[in-house]
Write a protein that binds this ligand. Structure first.
Ligand SMILES: [Zn+2]
Length: 395
């Protein structure tokens, strides 16, 4: 066994290691698991037998004959038809819901506009409709849905299951977990959307197998999450509020010179709208999409606004690189839709200020998950809580 000390604790760790390997490898035999994890065949066989009894993994037939000519090994995989989870992502403009299997494969998904009044009761009514319809559509027995992951912006108390503060919805002190469990009769776990998106990158995105990750979401605001040793760092990080410029720009947090005040979607729009003439004075509030469009047409003002925002973010990310040296930095959120106009100056500034010794060992990337990042993250949150991490706690 890898762990010494408490045998039960060691067993739980071994269960988590086996599940994690099957998550990444799709199929594996008992002997392959034992070899990869440096565990005895007996240990692996006993754990596999328990996991088969629990319906978490199953045998799917024989693999190729071993090189020594022995018996054909029986291949194992995460059970496809025994357990499912639901992921819910509630954003200020859209709600996205998915139902997925144990390996995170999405079977059905649905998306709708968030109700305009943003009240708790209206949002809950929307969730009831969309979740019930997706369950019906999937034809999956309700008893096989083992958990729901719920993602929303703001300060979330994951342990109590409360939304402490949601600035987007102007909610405070909402017992969201209890409300959802009462509504669906399925266990619910809730967390902050940026942390959930980072988890989604570990499961579905380009960070599978990455141990240390910094994730930043640049949308209307700027959110951040840290992954250390394969786990989300529980304390909140407030990367959007690092001091980045002497410019006297006020941030919503009350301070001046914050990253969010110069590099977020909100800041980009504010800058552009302060210079309406350069955009042909369209007579309405210029949106991020229009700024991107203008940049594509070669509008200097649009190019400058996006370039400045990208440079500020690149500079701030170089501090993360020098301080934390993660293997990967992933940038998600709607502002990344501005593509090269935002990303190229960002990368240039990042490389300029990151120590040469670290530069080559850090991948800086734009998220590939797009609008599905929150929803896929919520699926991952449910799987992590009710299958993978729960095995660490309950054995
Ligand atoms: Zn701030």
């Amino acid at each position: 066994m890898r762990s010494k000390g408490d045998p039960e604790q060691a067993r739980q760790l071994n269960i988590a290691l086996i599940l994690d390997l099957l998550k990444h490898q799709q199929t594996s035999s008992r002997a392959q698991l034992a070899k990869k994890l440096n565990l005895s065949k007996m240990t692996v066989s006993a754990i596999v037998s328990d996991l088969i009894d629990d319906g978490i993994i199953s045998e799917i037939g024989e693999g190729d004959v071993a090189s020594n000519g022995g018996r054909k090994p029986i291949l194992l995989h995460l059970s496809k038809q025994n357990m499912y989870v639901i992921g819910i992502d509630v954003g200020r403009t859209n709600i996205a819901v998915a139902i997925a299997g144990l390996s995170g494969d999405v079977l059905h998904k649905a998306r709708t506009s968030t109700c305009a009044d943003h009240s708790v009761e209206s949002v809950l009514a929307q969730l009831k409709d969309i979740v019930e319809s997706i369950i019906t559509l999937s034809k999956i027995e309700r008893s096989k849905i083992i958990g729901i992951g719920f993602s929303i912006g703001g300060l979330i108390d994951k342990n109590r299951g409360y939304i402490d503060v949601s600035p987007d919805f102007e909610w405070s002190d909402i017992p969201m977990r209890a409300r959802l469990e009462e509504m669906f009769h399925i266990p619910v776990v809730i967390d902050n959307c940026t942390r959930v998106m980072a988890l989604g990158e570990l499961w579905h995105g380009s960070a599978t197998g990455v141990k240390n990750l910094f994730y930043v979401s640049v949308g209307f605001g700027i959110g951040s999450a840290i992954v250390m040793n394969n786990s989300i760092y529980e304390n909140y990080s407030e990367f959007g509020h690092v001091y980045i410029t002497r410019k006297n720009v006020r941030c919503d947090c009350g301070m001046t010179g914050c990253l969010e005040a110069v590099a977020s979607g909100k800041a980009i729009e504010r800058e552009a709208n302060a210079n309406l003439v350069a955009f042909g004075d369209p007579g309405h509030w210029i949106t991020g999409k229009e700024i991107h469009q203008s940049a594509q047409e070669g509008n200097e003002a649009a190019l400058t606004v996006l370039c400045n925002a990208g440079r500020y973010l690149g500079r701030a990310l170089s501090m993360v690189a020098n301080l934390f040296h993660p293997e990967k930095i992933i940038i998600g959120g709607g502002v990344t839709n501005a593509g090269k106009f935002f990303y190229e100056p960002l990368k240039k500034e990042f490389l300029t200020h990151t120590m040469a010794a670290l530069r080559d060992s850090i991948d800086l990337e734009i998220s590939l998950l797009g609008d599905d990042a929150g929803m896929l993250g919520a699926v991952s949150l449910a799987l992590d809580t009710y299958v993978f991490r729960s095995k660490l706690i309950t054995g």
